[in-house]
Design a protein around this ligand. Sequence first.
Ligand code: RP5
Length: 164
Amino acid sequence: MPKAALVMGSISDFDALRGCIDTCEEFGVELDVRVISAHRTPDAAAAFAKGARANGYGAIICAAGKAAHLGGVMAAYTTLPVIGIPVKSSALDGMDALLSMVQMPPGIPVATVAIDGAVNAALLCVQILAGAHPELVEKLERHREKLAASVEKADRQVAEKLGK
Ligand code: RP5
């Protein structure tokens, strides 16, 4: 079974991450969900990242707010792909977390999604895992078809509203 980790910096991030958890479940990805802080439990963050590949994860999703260093710290300790979710948990509405995550120095990338972009983080994770788990490719294609169908439905609804 494809397996990934979702690590958040604080339990206060949890509600913003529901979409990530639900989407991974929808695709049949085993997701281990943890709270580990780059600042408050730095040794645990390093140990988790160092052991992640041996523990069977295909990617690590890191969610954090404010000075969001969790993704960068995890990425420094593993060659697994790290996906960052900047969480809107500050007076700066998540811009601080976005810039902390996305502005990584060359050599240590963090694939950063939008502020509170939990669903896209999960989809990107599934796309990465699909490289080693081809059964996910078909699920991704069906998901895209559903997206297209919902846009086409909305298009018809707008036409009806306008009496066309
Ligand atoms: C970050 O600081 C966490 O990811 C969270 O978004 C933010 C605030 O944490 P708490 O003070 O609510 O624990 O490290």
